[in-house]
Each structure stands twice: as structure tokens, then as C-alpha cells.
Write a protein that binds this ligand. Sequence first.
Ligand code: 3HC
Ligand code: NAI
Length: 683
Amino acid sequence: MSKVTTQREGNVLVVTLDNPPVNAFSTEVRNAMAAAIADAATDDAIEAVVIRAEGRMFSGGADITEFGSAPVHPTLPELIDAIEDLPKPVVIALNGTALGGGCEIALGCNYRIAVPGAKIGLPEVKIGILPGAGGTQRLPRVVGVEEALPIIVTGNPVSAQKAQEIGLVDRIVAPEALRDEAIAFAREMAGRAEHPVSSRRTDRIGDYDANVFNTFRAEHGRRLKGLDAPAKCIEAVELATRLPYDEGIAKEREFFMELVNGDQSRALRHVFFAERQAGKIDGVGKDVLPLPIRKVGVIGAGTMGGGIAMNFLTAGYDVVMVERQQDALDRGTAIMRKNYEATARKGRMTAEQVEAAMGRLTPVLDMAALADCDLVIEAVFELMAIKKDVFGQLDAICKPEAILASNTSYLDVNAIAACTSRPEQVLGLHFFSPANIMRLLEVVRGDATSPEVLATAMDLARKIGKVAVVSGVCHGFIGNRMLGARQDQANALLMEGALPAQVDQVLLGFGFPMGPFQMADLAGLDIGWDPDTTSSATVREVLCEQGRRGQKAGGGFYDYGADRQRTPSEAANAVIRDFAARSGNEKREITDDEIRERLLYPMVNEGALILEEGVAQRAGDIDTVWVNGYGWPPHTGGPMFWADTIGLDKVLAGLERHAARMPDVHVSQLLRDKAASGGRFNG
Ligand code: 3HC
Ligand code: NAI
């Protein structure tokens, strides 16, 4: 089947794109579409053209898998120029999402009509490039600089309605009428002598506030720091206001080539594909169908339980939430309502949606109410004895086909499953805090977990908007196990003479949103700390004993002002220095380079062990966990991709150089082998 077909409707040539799943503009599509446009140019019977698409969207843009190889003609810019140069009107019919090259094609047409649900945008910046098929030069000419800037620099799409308001779409029509309306529109325009041509428009481009670029840079500066693509996007739009179109396009091409061949875009493209690849599970083929889930049970209404429940309520599931005591249940329910109301105040939910979501919640004290749930997720205290007790009870209460999941952070899912008569229906569903916001879900596959149950978890994750990664059973699974490797070194560095601010600063400089000691303060230093048995044995214990229990207490590793701004703490540093002096280590100046290597190389090594043991299926899964769950800067691609980029031989050499100070780090054989052969973790 051809991916581009043409039909004649009287004097209108209808060009239809059909390249599932996302109608990407692959070489084959570009060739076929260029041929159709050339036909329209030479055929006197054709007076107008409609470009449309089959499927659930118009197009996801250029075929990203083709990036990195030499450009093949006709390139997307050449195809769009050919459309724009056609001396006959071209109407584009957007049947849904039109992103990147899909939007740029639309900009090359004279007229644009769309269905109400269409989303139109230029997300290129999210994969580390800029729109490279005229988008940075045509969009400001069509909608003006002030509207174009956020679309290009944030990469967030606009709705069809907004697109119409700003002049990006001419008409909005119902989906069932789209094809006919597009043909009628084209016929109507065929009679006109002049048509709007985006690249030649001058009516919108000059009309902007001179400060717009500086204001935009100031407003978004923090979020865009260290990233190459957004800066180039802003520069390209700025050039659109100053240079003739042809010169602007030449600069756009230059920036595009520079970015697409750079490390940041390579890393971000890896993150894009790794997230999608993570959904594919070894041993679970497409023929394994997910089980139906309608009603979900959550046990525990604490920090995690409430957030987990919100995911399902928002997505339209009925949820039963169980607690032991009424006050804990009331507290948990009230926090959920408060969170929903905050979302509504930001305009991201209506008051009716808040009520509908809360209306789907049944808060109870009796586990018997879970009897007809299709899935139950346990989020009680992190103690094996309690988990075992809960799962034993669940097994007796829940219907035989129900799936039973634990949100445990570290514990052995196989041991939990063994407390039930249905280990094949037990797995870990490890959400991240705040569970209603964080995108990551680790799906922990027990030895007995059935393929159907895994397929159901992955399907459900997608339905509640999560990025799911499968992990085997081990202490801490993929994410927390690697976090442990980093934390051990962070603690050791304090004993060798570093202070929290220096350690954290190195990771902030690398692109993490926070360092390990900031994170500890935020989570609370008293997690797992017991005032009755405390023995002043660790820095953390002493800080807790002194009432320095983290940000919530006004102090932890740092001091916090009323505005929650952190400043290095003399009191905490004195505790650290005291422990360091007694540790037997010689105090020394530690360089930022050493701190970076000591924190990150052991993580890469732990990732290699995780791969070697088969706990993770592929390196990209590890990267997906760290980018989506722990703030690893996406433009470096995740720990394994980053290690590939800097060179595995360098990582190994670093681990060996610091070996004497890291006696507990056992270097992975996989890492050694790959370093020796010049291999990579990712492909
Ligand atoms: N090129 C190649 N493959 C793509 C693709 C693209 N632009 N967009 C999606 N795919 C693939 C995915 O990898 C996935 O493959 P798989 O089935 O083998 O895993 C499949 O299409 C389906 O993708 P999703 O699971 O993401 O489908 P959704 O329906 O959830 O989302 C989408 C669809 C919103 C279009 C989303 O895929 C997306 O955001 N795509 C990328 C959009 C983008 O960045 N476009 C700009 C491209 S660059 C460009 O146009 C350059 C130009 O300026 C020169
Ligand atoms: P929490 O202490 O905030 O909440 C636990 C809740 O469970 C309490 O409200 C308690 O009353 C309730 N509970 C205890 N036993 C119960 C029982 N038998 N029946 C009904 N309710 C019961 O704890 P949190 O932080 O929500 O953690 C829950 C689980 O989630 C733990 O396994 C933890 O390791 C895991 N987790 C925690 C994360 C976090 O950042 N807090 C992140 C990811 C996982």
C-alpha cells in the first residue's frame, strides 16, 4: 500500500497521507508527496490541492529515526518549498495532532482547516533541535513573534481553538465533515488570484514589543539553563524579525545541523525512544492481552496511598481506599481534595472534574470492601511483617482473579507473593513521590508474575499517564538500588572532608534539580529514625537528635529561612566535621571532578550490575528510570547513555583510580568487557 495516494475530486487533487502509526514524513512519504505536488503543478485540470491524512492524527512530524544519517532528497524543507511555490491554492486538513514537520507542512500551505480536537505545535526543542523545515521563520510571519516564541521555545502545542485565535488555522470543522469541507474550501479559493504565502507575509512579523526576547529569556532562563536548543530557537525567531526570509532559513538550517549532530539532541532522542521501548517486555508478546481493570483498591492513605489513588480517580476508575483509623483516612482524603483543588485553581481541572474524581472514591476502614476490586495496591509501612500480614488478608478477601500489588520501595516482592495462593497475580507497582505527579512507575516482576499481569500493569500505566519500566526483584529495584550506590559515596565524601553544599553543588552543576543532601532534607532526615533507639552513631542520627530533621523542621543538613531558602549550616557542618575527624580519614581538599566521578561512576557500575543480573532488560530502561524518577538531566540521556557518551573506558579508569576509597564498589564484568572492546550499553 502506498503511503501517499491521490484522488481527483473534479478540479481538486486530494493528496492523502497514510503512514501509521504517526504519519511520519519518512523518505518514502516525502518522495510520494513531492511527486503528487509536481503532478498538480503540471495538470491544467487541477486548480487546487487538499492535503489530508488517514488515521488518528495528522502527523508526528519528520521521521526521527532518519536523523543522524545523510539527508535524502527531497528533504522536508524542499517538499514544503515545493508546496508553497505551487501556483495553485493548497488547503491542509488537520484531522488531529500536527507536530513538528506536520505543523511545518501546514505552514507551507495557503490555508489550514482543523478538527476541534487537533493539537498543533513544534516540539522539536524537546528532542534537542529546532524546527528545521521553515518553522522558525514561517510561524512568526503567520502568528507574530509573541505567539510564535512560546510555541517554538517550550515545544508545547496549542489547541485548534487557540490556533484559530492567533491565525494559525483558518477554519474549524467537525471531523466527519473535514474531507468535504476541505475540498469545498479549496474550490472556493481556486477562483482567487492571490493566496496567503507564509514565507512572504510581512503583516504580522513587525508587530512586537522590542523587549519580547529579553523578557522571554528572563522568564524561562532557569528552566532552559545549560540547554543548547532553546537558545538557538530564540535566536532563530529573533533573526526572523531582522533578516529576509531566505537568509533566515539559511541560519535555521545551520542551527538545525549543528544541534541535530550534537550530544544533547542525540541524548534526548535516545530518551524519547527509550521511553517507548521500555513498554516492550521480554517474554510478553503482543498477543498477550491486558486483563480488564475497572475498580482499584489502595491500602494506606499516607504519603503514597493518596497520590496513587488520585492517579486512578483522575483517569476515571472507581477507587476504594482503606486505612486503619478514621483520622488517618480523613487526613488522607482531605489532602487529596486539597491537591485537586490546587490543580483546579491553576486552571488544569474544572470544579466539576474535581467533584467527579472525589465522587469515585470510597474511603473505608474495612478491608472487606476490597472484595470486588480488580487490582489492589498496598502502600502501608515499609516493614516486611506488615506487608506479609496484609497480603495474607488480601488473598482471603479479594476475588480469585484480582491482581495484588505492593508499592514497596525495597522489599522482596517474591517473599510477599509467597504469602498468597496466587503468586502469579502478585507484582510490585513502585510509584514515586508525589505519586500523582511523578511520571515514573517501576513495574516489579516477581519470579511467578504472569505475562497477563505484566501486560495489564503496562497497559494501566499508559492509561494513567505513567512511563512504566519493568524491573526484576532485588533490593531497591533499578532506581533506589542505584540511588544507594550514589548515597554511599555522598556520605563517604563528607567523612573525607567535603561538605553538603559542595557535594550538592556538583550535581546541580551537572543538571540535577537537587543534590543528595537537599533531597534528604526535603524527604525528612527522620524517615526510619526511632527516637527511642537512637544512638548518635551516624551524622543523620545526631542531626535528628538535635531536632534538625530536615526542611520541615527548619534545619537538617542546611538551615532554612521562612522562604525555605537553604543556607549552609554551621551547626550541621560542625557535626559532620566531628564525625570526619573521628573517622580516621585524613582530611583533604576534594575537587569537584572527584566528587562528580565518585557520585556518578558507581551509579553507572551499579547499572551495569543490574543489566548483568538481568534485573533490567536493557540499558535504555535504566536511563528511563533515572530521567523520569530521579531528575537525571535528560539532555545527557540518563546514566548509561551518559557513560556511553563519555566512554566506558574512562568510567572504568575512574572507578579504578578511586578504588581504594570505595572498597564496597565491585566493578561489573559487563562494564570491564565493554570498556575493553570499545562497546556501549545502548546499542
Ligand atoms: N518519527 C519516528 N517515529 C516516531 C515519531 C517520529 N516523529 N513519533 C512517534 N514515533 C514512533 C514511536 O517511537 C512509537 O514507535 P513504537 O510503536 O515502535 O514504540 C510509535 O511511533 C507511536 O508513538 P507513541 O507511542 O509516542 O504514540 P502516541 O500516540 O502516544 O503519541 C505523538 C504520538 C504525540 C506524535 C508522539 O509520538 C510524539 O510526540 N512524537 C514525536 C513528535 C516530535 O518530536 N516531532 C518532531 C519531529 S522532528 C521534525 O519534525 C523535524 C523538522 O522540524 C525538520
Ligand atoms: P506513610 O507512613 O505516609 O503511610 C502509610 C499508611 O499506611 C499510614 O497512613 C498507615 O496508617 C497506613 N497503614 C499501615 N498499616 C495499615 C494496614 N494494615 N491497613 C491499612 N492501612 C495501614 O508511608 P508512605 O510514605 O506512604 O509509604 C508507603 C509505602 O510506599 C512504603 O512501602 C514505602 O516504602 C513506599 N514508598 C514510599 C515513597 C515515599 O517517598 N514516601 C516512595 C515510593 C514508595
